[in-house]
Design a protein around this ligand. Structure first.
Ligand code: ZN
Length: 111
């Protein structure tokens, strides 16, 4: 599941320690936002996330991972309950991950 936590970190824009919103997808850190000025650091964690998910679904066939790459949202919705007891949490987790990746690609493709 995606998890939001709060931590006191040094913000480069504020130049001081401020409370930051830290977003995790599963065990991966996806995004950190300064709650004072709104400065955000995002990471493209899709590769890491797939590796992580592969471990969590270790007993499942590779076919499922290919479906996940093609259409992650539909994949999450179609998961049988035996795979994840909490399909909705997995879905929101995947959304966080894919959103982070899309943001970074958008910036990179400007050239
Ligand atoms: Zn700040």
């Amino acid at each position: 599941m995606d998890t939001v936590r709060h931590a006191e970190l040094t913000c480069s824009r504020c130049g001081t320690d401020t409370v930051h919103e830290v977003v995790y997808a599963g065990r991966l850190l996806v995004q950190v936002t300064c709650t004072t000025c709104g400065k955000t650091f995002g990471r493209d964690v899709r590769g890491e996330y797939l590796a992580d998910l592969r471990q969590r679904l270790a007993t499942k066939p590779k076919r499922m991972l290919r479906r996940l790459r093609k259409d992650p949202l539909r994949f999450a919705g179609s998961l049988p309950k035996t795979v994840s007891a909490k399909p909705l949490e997995l879905l929101s987790e995947i959304r966080v991950v894919w959103h982070s990746g899309k943001n970074r690609q958008g910036r990179r493709r400007r050239s």
